[in-house]
Design a protein around this ligand. Structure first.
Ligand SMILES: [Zn+2]
Length: 220
């Protein structure tokens, strides 16, 4: 098991990588990683480049943040609820990346226009209905939309992904943003043909073994 300080560093590195890659403009977005009976999350309203390990906030099983520390990101609720609901979630990334947000604003899920859509675990990438940021309603919608998927768009808002750790969630966010950009381009040419359920099941099956070897090769 990694030390708490090491996980704090990993959260900072992932948040900086998210910000530097342009995936989430300004101070938008947030990153967390599961730790003990809770999780460690980026604080509210700080520039990612200024983060120090002590700025990362631990939120426990009951959703209580350390009183001596900083305020957790305003979206800590859906991080909390995703970890509770989905055991496979070890890290979470939320961002307002450009093309995922464009689709989310049009309430367009990403259908099986490309086989890589299965990277999020299912035959499409769904959209969670809109609710005010930071609310329990938003969290409920996100948790429900993620049933069977490791990523969902958030209507009029952005994108959320999870993986076995924060860096894996960020990698998935990049994949989804790339797919969203491709899908937006495809829509400009007309309505694309979609892969069938059976074709997508084949891809999902193939990814199960592919994912395992990729994880072994990935950094710890
Ligand atoms: Zn947001």
């Amino acid at each position: 098991m990694k030390s708490e300080n090491h996980i704090r560093q990993m959260v900072i590195e992932t948040a900086c990588a998210m910000s530097n890659s342009g995936l989430s403009p300004g101070r938008s977005g947030n990153v967390s990683q599961r730790h003990e009976d809770g999780f460690l999350i980026t604080p509210s309203g700080m520039a990612y480049s200024e983060l120090q390990p002590a700025d990362i906030v631990f939120v426990d099983e009951q959703g209580r943040a350390d009183e001596n520390g900083r305020e957790p990101s305003s979206e800590w609720r859906f991080h909390h609820d995703i970890y509770r609901q989905y055991e496979a979630a070890g890290g979470i990334v939320h961002c307002h990346s450009r093309f995922a947000t464009v689709l989310a604003c049009c309430n367009r899920e990403i259908p099986s226009f490309h086989y890589m859509v299965a990277v999020a675990g299912g035959k499409k990438i769904p959209v969670a209905p809109y609710a005010l940021f930071g609310t329990q309603s938003l969290s409920d919608h996100v948790v429900a939309a993620l049933e069977g998927y490791r990523a969902c768009l958030m209507q009029h808002h952005g994108l959320v992904t999870y993986g076995d750790r924060a860096s894996a969630a960020l990698e998935l966010a990049h994949e989804v943003e790339q797919l969203a950009a491709q899908y937006v381009s495809v829509l400009q040419l007309g309505s694309p043909a979609l892969l069938s359920d059976r074709q997508m099941e084949e891809v999902i099956e193939r990814f199960k073994t592919y994912g395992k070897s990729a994880q072994k090769g990935g950094q710890g």
